[in-house]
Design a protein around this ligand. Structure first.
Ligand code: NAD
Length: 367
């Protein structure tokens, strides 16, 4: 088992990663048990894994109740939050109890937020089941739902008490979802770890084919990077944690243009967004063109969108910049951009000229 500590003082916790970990979950959860049954919250697609977890707990004389929510981004809503809170209150959950979030980023974000506000805060455990959630969203304590005004605009920082990652759970995850999660793996290399990007170039294909060693290494390395960044800047105040948003400003515009629909998954938007951030950096003379081409080539080889054409975007640069202006990352009227001096050398730039961004986007090939 690999253990990655997330060092946050009184809110510190461990991320435990091992193939087959779900089968051993009782040993990890037993120390957290109290007099009420554990509550497992999951979605309809993940329900078979929840059944298995319940059986594993039962075999160790640990009772549980399972709440199954609809799958999909729509579940991060006020209506589902209210229904979940009512169910948890009906079950008598107390502040010292641990609610188990078993699912992708949607379940993790919703259950995390419900836990942040239930009785002013109860405990929760993340058991992520998508690659995106295993390498990114289950660690770091950002929780949220979506509102009429946009995605993730209502939420809280609330750290889990424990994160249990079983890479074998990815065996049932559709390939398109694996690829979308893989974009976030590549992101850690691009941010500040050129060696890891090179590892991705050599091993990404094996990882996406389900190779257990490649998966375990990539997950542990990604979680280690996230834990380090979150440990330095838990609430995104110094700019360090903002590096995790590489590709997200361009990506957000593409996601908004496609209506946050299945046309472009979040990770796919991030992939195209990272390639665009590197291409824009190269155009501005900040980053070698060869690095931008290498980034796009690896994303393309991984079956991910890597420019506007492959993301299916026909909108003008001006329209895409309009979308960016509605992004929650707007800060005092300016839009911070993550740009690159090269692979593994990204930085936050608060003075990007949006007219230049629009002109750059207009130059990009369309489908
Ligand atoms: P998701 O939770 O919707 O999962 C994607 C799909 O895969 C869903 O249909 C789900 O039912 C299915 N699924 C999950 N696990 C499965 C499995 N093992 N086998 C088969 N199917 C499975 O989406 P996601 O990509 O995991 O997460 C996206 C969400 O995460 C977004 O809402 C995004 O805002 C959020 N997010 C949060 C953070 C954070 O730091 N909190 C970071 C990144 C993204």
């Amino acid at each position: 088992m690999r253990v990655v500590p997330v060092a946050l003082g009184a809110r510190s916790y461990e991320v435990r990663i091992a193939s087959g970990l779900l089968g051993d979950a009782a040993a990890h959860l037993a120390p957290l048990a109290r007099k009420r049954p554990f509550v497992i919250v999951t979605d309809a697609n993940v329900a078979p894994h929840a059944q298995r977890l319940a059986a594993v707990l039962a075999a160790a004389d640990l009772a549980s109740e399972t709440i199954v929510l609809p799958a999909g981004e729509g579940t991060k809503s006020w209506a589902q939050l209210e229904a979940l809170l009512d169910r948890l209150l009906d079950l008598g959950i107390e502040r010292g109890d641990h609610v188990i979030a078993l699912g992708g980023g949607v379940i993790g974000d919703l259950v995390g937020f419900a836990s942040a506000i239930l009785k002013r805060g109860c405990n929760f455990v993340q058991v992520p089941t998508t690659l995106l959630a295993q390498v990114d969203s289950s660690v770091g304590g950002k929780t949220a739902i979506n509102s009429r005004a946009g995605k993730n605009l209502v939420g809280a920082f609330h750290q889990p008490a424990l994160v249990l990652i079983d890479p074998d759970l990815l065996d049932t995850l559709p390939l398109r979802e694996q690829r979308a999660g893989y974009a976030e793996v590549v992101k850690y290399g691009l941010i500040d770890d050129a060696d890891f990007f090179a590892w991705c170039e050599g091993n990404g294909e094996a990882l996406l084919a389900g190779d257990p060693d490649a998966r375990a290494y990539a997950i542990a390395h990604s979680v280690g990077a996230k834990a380090r960044i979150v440990g330095e800047d838990e609430r995104e105040t110094t700019g360090t944690r903002a590096l995790l948003n590489l590709g997200h400003t361009f990506g957000h515009a593409l996601e908004a243009e496609t209506g946050f629909s299945d046309r472009l998954l979040h990770g796919e938007g991030v992939a195209a967004g990272m390639a665009l951030a590197f291409a824009f950096s190269a155009r501005q003379g900040l980053c070698p063109q060869a690095d931008a081409e290498r980034v796009a080539a690896h994303l393309e080889a991984s079956g991910l969108p890597h420019d506007l054409a492959s993301a299916g975007i026909t909108a003008s640069g001006g329209r895409l910049v309009e979308h960016m202006l509605h992004d929650k990352k707007m800060d005092a009227g300016t839009l911070p951009f993550l740009l690159a001096r090269g692979i593994g050398a990204t930085y936050l730039d608060r003075h990007v000229d949006l007219a230049e961004v629009a002109a750059f986007l207009d130059e990009q090939p369309r489908p």
